[in-house]
Ligand binder design. Structure first.
Ligand code: IPM
Ligand code: MN
Length: 347
């Protein structure tokens, strides 16, 4: 029997609630489709930081490298550990170390879910650059704490990094409806973003059948709300993609529905799958977190592992549950009830 080794990092807050739910669904579908998933859980989290002074052990990256994929819940417990410390100690280093340069985030309404917009028939795939740009971590502070203090944080855009994410976007557009929106702010940022626009134009020549449009990020943000049906694949830098995908989550009914995949397209290291939402400390372990985003992320993991039929089945299961109104009203259904409804719809 085919078997996949999965590193489970539930992380903080509702991360463990939704990861457990996703894992239940994934194990069930694996059984139905005749493959095995072996999960190895790592307790890396803010609690782990309090106990050890680190978000993950020194050899954490090397430990993860041997797995076929990583399923992550959420990272952050700002009351105990500053977010800038917890995220730079766990989530962000994994994305970078494993060259997970394409962060894929689908935004569409599940059946039965009411979004805040009149528009209902949108289906947007955001592709966010995930290893460099504004999140490069290059910078510093001098004269700290004095009136002369200076803080510098430099965005880094490399030709290799911009080309590969744009090419990935073009390929996704080719596999979908053939439209690519490339997002910058090149009217204001005249080096990095003009560079991105130039590379977009250069690559467009290789994809004559793709309709590519360059947008400024502010205009694209408005378009996601005013005319989301006009968009297909959206490709953006790390920070712009981060912001746009929270808009994407909002228009699809909320963060409880927003899934994501941090993909290493070259498969030189494991990819990581995680809901877009955070750890939501206020509702942690109350059994009321919506597991749909985590389950959907799990389906994206199966797809990446080559189990497309099982992945499609999970999505169908989620759709069957939400179509019955389960998991569609915040706080109405418990995590367990939503998970059980998805599991019941798998067979
Ligand atoms: C996300 C999150 C993270 C990000 C944070 C927690 C660092 O907001 O995955 O969208 O900005 O990448
Ligand atoms: Mn975000």
């Amino acid at each position: 029997m085919k078997s996949y080794s999965i590193a489970l990092i539930p992380g903080d807050g509702i991360g463990s609630d939704v990861t457990a739910a996703a894992w239940t669904v994934l194990e069930t579908v694996a059984g139905n489709f005749g493959f095995a998933l072996t999960g190895t859980e790592f307790p890396w989290s803010c609690k782990f930081f309090k106990d050890t002074g680190r978000m993950m052990p020194q050899d954490g990256i090397e430990t993860l490298r041997g797995f076929d994929a990583i399923l992550l819940g959420a990272v952050g417990w700002p009351a105990e550990v500053p977010d800038s410390v917890s995220l730079h100690g766990l989530l962000l280093p994994i994305r970078k170390a494993f060259v997970q340069y394409a962060n894929i985030r689908p935004h569409r309404l599940l059946p039965g879910v009411t979004g805040p917009l009149r528009a209902e028939n949108f289906d947007i795939l955001c592709i966010r650059e995930n290893t460099e740009g504004e999140y490069s971590g290059a910078g510093g502070r001098v004269h700290q704490g004095t009136l002369d203090e200076v803080a510098v944080e430099t965005s880094i855009f490399t030709r290799a990094g911009v080309e590969r994410i744009l090419r990935f976007g073009f390929e996704q557009a080719r596999a979908r409806r053939g439209k690519l929106a490339s997002v910058t702010k090149s009217n204001a940022q005249k080096y990095s973003m003009v560079f991105w626009d130039e590379i977009t134009r250069k690559l467009a020549a290789d994809y004559p059948n793709i309709e590519v449009t360059s947008y400024h990020v502010d205009a694209l943000a408005a378009r996601m709300i005013m005319a989301p049906e006009s968009l297909d694949v959206v490709v953006a830098s790390n920070l712009f993609g981060d912001i746009l995908t929270d808009i994407g989550a909002a228009i699809q009914g909320g963060l409880g529905y927003a899934a994501s995949a941090n993909i290493n397209p070259g498969r030189s290291a494991p990819s990581m799958f995680e809901p877009v939402h955070g750890s939501a400390p206020d509702i942690a372990h109350l059994g009321i977190a919506n597991p749909v985003a985590a389950i959907w992320s799990g389906a994206m993991m199966l797809d990446h592992l080559g189990e497309k039929a099982a992945a499609d089945r999970v999505i169908k299961g989620v759709e069957a549950a939400t179509a019955r109104g389960i998991g569609t009203i915040p706080g109405k259904d418990r995590t367990e009830a939503i998970t059980a409804a998805v599991v019941a719809a798998l067979t």
